[in-house]
Design a protein. Structure first.
Length: 191
């Protein structure tokens, strides 16, 4: 059958003399007593039938391959769309969690600030108590030093006044009496 189609095509292409006698040459050449419009219509019909017979299988294969390619592209696009939808859902979930994460971070920051405030207050109270104790000790020490200096000053003043008074009020008789007492006190100690 294929050879028959090829022979018909060769006959059409080579001209009216090599064409097979089964097909009227007058129809192909447009000559003779037939209506020229009818001859052209018949020639067109023959041409279209021959083209259909020759191009049908390659065209079918081409369109089948093209259909498969388009289906593959549509399947891939569907998979990419599903992946994009999944990624979008993940991003939406992350955005939704963002508010709660921000609230958690704020709360954690507030908790840390409160803990730091409590720690600083406790440290401040401890430091105040330590400074008060140190101040109290320093005041007590300064008081003792001042009292010691005051006693020493008072003793020195009393001694000076006593010496002054003794110089003015002590008579030679009082001096002799005092010397006797000291000698008697020493003799008792020696015994």
């Amino acid at each position: 059958m294929r050879e028959n189609k090829l022979n018909v095509l060769r006959g059409i292409l080579s001209g009216p003399r090599a064409y097979s006698p089964a097909v009227p040459v007058l129809l192909l050449s447009g000559g003779g007593s037939l209506n020229p419009a009818l001859a052209k219509a018949i020639n067109l019909t023959i041409f279209l039938v021959l083209m259909y017979l020759l191009v049908r299988k390659p065209a079918r294969d081409f369109f089948a391959a093209r259909l498969a390619s388009v289906r593959e592209m549509l399947d891939r696009a569907g998979r990419e769309k599903q992946a994009a939808i999944a990624k979008m859902a993940d991003l939406d979930a992350r955005i939704a969690r963002l508010d709660s994460e921000l609230a958690a971070i704020r709360q954690q920051t507030l908790d840390e600030i409160e803990a730091e405030r409590v720690r600083i207050e406790a440290e401040t109270r401890h430091e105040i108590a330590r400074l008060q104790e140190t101040s109290r000790r320093e005041i007590e020490s300064a008081k003792l030093v001042a009292l010691t200096e005051l006693r020493e000053f008072a003793a020195n003043q009393a001694d000076s006044l006593a010496q002054e008074m003794v110089r003015y009020e002590l008579t030679p008789e009082d001096d002799a009496r005092l010397i006797r007492r000291v000698i008697e006190g020493m003799s008792e100690v020696v015994r």
